[in-house]
Design a protein around this ligand. Structure first.
Ligand code: NDP
Ligand code: OXD
Length: 313
């Protein structure tokens, strides 16, 4: 049997390297020949145009080129076939690096030293040991658990919050609505690694930030969001930074991306920002396992990393 064609539909990314790598094993097209093109069996997507997948009669599965799949659910014509998301060591390591980098920069007072350098000031503030600081990870999934392991190895206390009860050795775990405030009350540095779903939209708001612990050696609570911008209320974060509810924030994601040039975030002295770059999807590492999954699926094996549609992630 001929291998079916792959529809590659990625908005905001250069498709060239993905196309080259996926073409190693299957024909890849950037557009279907028609709305009902029978030759397409898989779609590899990022923010595909609405309804492009709706009527493909032989579509067997959709592969997201990212770990998050919220970009797919904006499509009203999303067909009812399995959706596979990225779970890969390469991506996980990038995210762990980002989280460790940002936690250490806040813990070791990077902003203070940068300001001192600007002013040619030779001063040494007190140093707190990592075990004085509790890092709370909202979203203790693939990425959150890897970050937790790295932070534990550096000596931080780690709390984790998820939708369901998933214990992890060395981590104080909380879950569900009833677990949220106790989790926040025990957290000095909040790391957000949640997916964007209807249940999590806007969850990082002023009220939530007010529950963070502020008695710690950092002289204030810290927010790090590398999950999704729609999880947060940008204006609430600015308010919390300005009134001292938050000491500092590292933000990789924003309600509107790219972040508009007019946003006060760009020049806020307490914000460190990156352009949704915490963990980028590297086609060299991600395309080959997608092809392997397609072959395995056709041999009758189960797809891995299939999204739970009801939960939205
Ligand atoms: P997972 O699906 O493995 O983990 C998601 C975690 O969030 C799980 O712990 C899950 O709980 C928890 N969760 C989901 N919904 C809720 C809820 N309503 N209440 C409480 N907890 C909830 O995802 P990954 O770790 O692989 O990725 C997480 C997110 O990171 C992605 O969805 C994406 O948005 C973002 N991301 C950002 C990148 C960047 O560059 N900025 C790069 C890659 C990903 P449970 O354990 O109970 O299921
Ligand atoms: C992802 C991302 O979801 O890069 O993988 O945001």
């Amino acid at each position: 049997m001929d291998k079916g064609r792959i529809l590659l539909s990625v908005t905001g990314f250069n498709p060239q390297r993905w196309q080259e790598l996926l073409s190693a094993d299957r024909e890849v097209v950037l557009k279907p020949d028609s709305a009902t093109d029978p030759s397409i069996t898989y779609a590899v997507v990022w923010k595909q145009p609405p309804n492009i997948l709706a009527r493909l009669p032989n579509l067997r599965a959709i592969f997201s080129i990212g770990a998050g799949v919220d970009h797919l659910f904006n499509d009203p014509g999303l067909p009812d076939v399995p959706i596979v998301r990225v779970v890969a060591d390469n991506l996980t390591r990038h995210m762990t690096e980002y989280v460790v980098w940002r936690v250490l920069d806040h813990h070791r007072q990077g902003a203070l030293y940068r300001a001192q350098q600007q002013n040619r000031l030779w001063q040494e503030p007190p140093q707190r040991p990592a075990e004085d600081i509790s890092v709370g990870i909202m979203g203790l999934g693939e990425l959150g658990r890897a970050a937790a392991t790295a932070l534990l190895s550096l000596g931080f206390k780690v709390n984790g919050w998820g939708r369901t009860d998933r214990p992890m050795e060395g981590v104080s775990t909380f879950h569900g609505e009833q677990g949220l405030v106790p989790f926040l009350n025990a957290t000095d540095i909040l790391v957000v690694l949640l997916p964007h779903t209807p249940a999590t939209e806007g969850i990082v708001n002023y009220d939530l930030l007010c529950h963070l612990r502020r008695r710690n050696g950092l002289d204030g609570a810290v927010l790090i969001n590398a999950g999704r911008g729609k999880l947060q209320k940008d204006a609430d974060i600015l308010r919390a930074l300005d009134d001292g509810t938050l000491k500092e924030a590292s933000l990789d994601v924003f309600e509107v991306e790219p972040l508009p040039g007019s946003s006060p975030m760009w020049s806020h002295p307490k914000v460190f920002l990156t352009p949704h770059a915490a963990a980028s999807s590297d086609p060299e590492h991600l395309a080959p396992p997608m092809l392997q999954q397609m072959d395995a699926f056709e041999r009758g094996e189960k797809l891995q990393y299939v999204v739970n549609r009801a939960a939205g992630y």
